[in-house]
Design a protein around this ligand. Structure first.
Ligand code: 3EB
Length: 333
């Protein structure tokens, strides 16, 4: 019954036990309609395959549906969904850009689905959008997204601090606003990083509304403890450090992840998590930096599975961002 994660080289046929997942690569095969598969259209770096498929699955059969444009599948008390919105269909009203409106609508719909499914908790959210650092309507697009996201959390009385999901927010060359999420019955246990100001408490110099995510979360499907490390970058306190030094950013980011894993291990119910067992996704702003990044990370991640994607990151000075996850079995407690 455990929720399993695996990756494979080619787009495989979908089987009934899958909840959904993601396809990563510069050129992606069509995913079958109605399946929650997030298309992350970005070049894979240092990989010998053109596309990778990441899949969440579970032995028990899944319920599925489409609700307000969200493709979702549910097994037991766990649901995976994907929503893709074309911003151009969200005409901005005064003071509200199309991306802001689309972001608010996407989270609105996600929360309505979770209410209807009686699954209260958002565990982990993967946010992708085009031109994340571009300024339009007088504001950087990532900051527009943050307003829409926070408004939806508040409108649904979910609060925008503390108990918020783990997340990432990444820029792609084009495509829709795409949001994938895992949700469940059991409350996630959020963690903050002692080296960083909580993102939901960032000061206004990073945008009129703070981002709504926690630095990490432990989630507990039956018999299991899954760790999600949110997108993590070279930020200490709330400031970007090593702005023009990609190796420095890698070392700082891994120091942040190590500190976070230490904090998580003080609250984990399973065996302690270690850096070399995590599955990493590394977002690389400039493809030319990839060899430096790989070589700097190598001694820090050991034999771990690491996937590199060329993409934009939510602060213009950030050259690299790293997210990670791991799963442990949990004895009967
Ligand atoms: C940071 O620490 C880097 O807006 O959901 C990392 C993870 C970042 C998630 C989000 C943003 C988000 O602020 C950026």
């Amino acid at each position: 019954m455990t929720l399993q994660f695996h990756s494979s080289a080619a787009a495989r046929r979908h089987t009934g036990s899958e909840l959904g997942g993601a396809l990563l690569g510069a050129q992606l095969p069509e995913s079958p309609p109605g399946w929650p598969v997030q298309a992350i259209c970005a070049p894979l770096l240092g990989a010998d395959m053109a596309a990778v498929q990441e899949t969440w699955h579970r032995a028990s059969p899944a319920l599925h549906g489409t609700s307000e444009g969200i493709a979702w599948r549910r097994s037991g008390d766990t649901l995976f969904g994907v929503i893709n919105l074309d911003e151009s269909e969200f005409a901005g009203t005064a003071g509200r850009s199309p991306l802001q409106a689309a972001s608010e609508a996407a989270y609105d719909r996600i929360f309505r689905l979770l209410d209807a499914q009686r699954l209260p908790y958002l565990w982990r959210v993967w946010n992708y959008m085009a031109d994340i650092n571009a300024e339009t309507h007088g504001l950087e697009r990532y900051r527009q997204f943050n307003i829409g996201r926070q408004d939806a959390f508040l409108a649904h009385r979910r609060g925008a601090t503390g108990n918020v999901p783990a997340a990432c927010a990444i820029g792609l060359a084009g495509g829709p606003l795409s949001i994938a999420f895992l949700a469940g019955q059991a409350a996630p246990v959020p963690f903050e990083n002692p080296r960083q100001v909580s993102a939901y408490h960032y000061p206004a110099e990073y945008g009129p509304r703070a981002p709504t995510f926690s630095r990490a979360a432990l989630v507990h499907p039956p018999g299991q403890e899954i760790l999600f490390i949110s997108g993590t970058a070279s930020i200490v306190g709330h400031r970007t450090v090593h702005p023009d030094d990609v190796a420095g950013q890698c070392r700082e980011t891994m120091a942040n992840i190590a500190a976070l894993v230490d904090a998580v291990n003080r609250g984990a119910r399973s065996q302690p998590f270690t850096l070399d067992e995590l599955v990493y996704r590394v977002y690389v702003r400039h493809a030319a930096d990839f060899p430096r990044i790989r070589d700097t990370l190598a001694p820090r991640v050991g034999a771990a599975e690491v996937r590199y994607l060329q993409s934009d990151i939510c602060r213009a000075e950030l050259l690299v961002e790293i997210e990670a996850m791991a799963s442990h079995p949990l004895g009967q407690d």
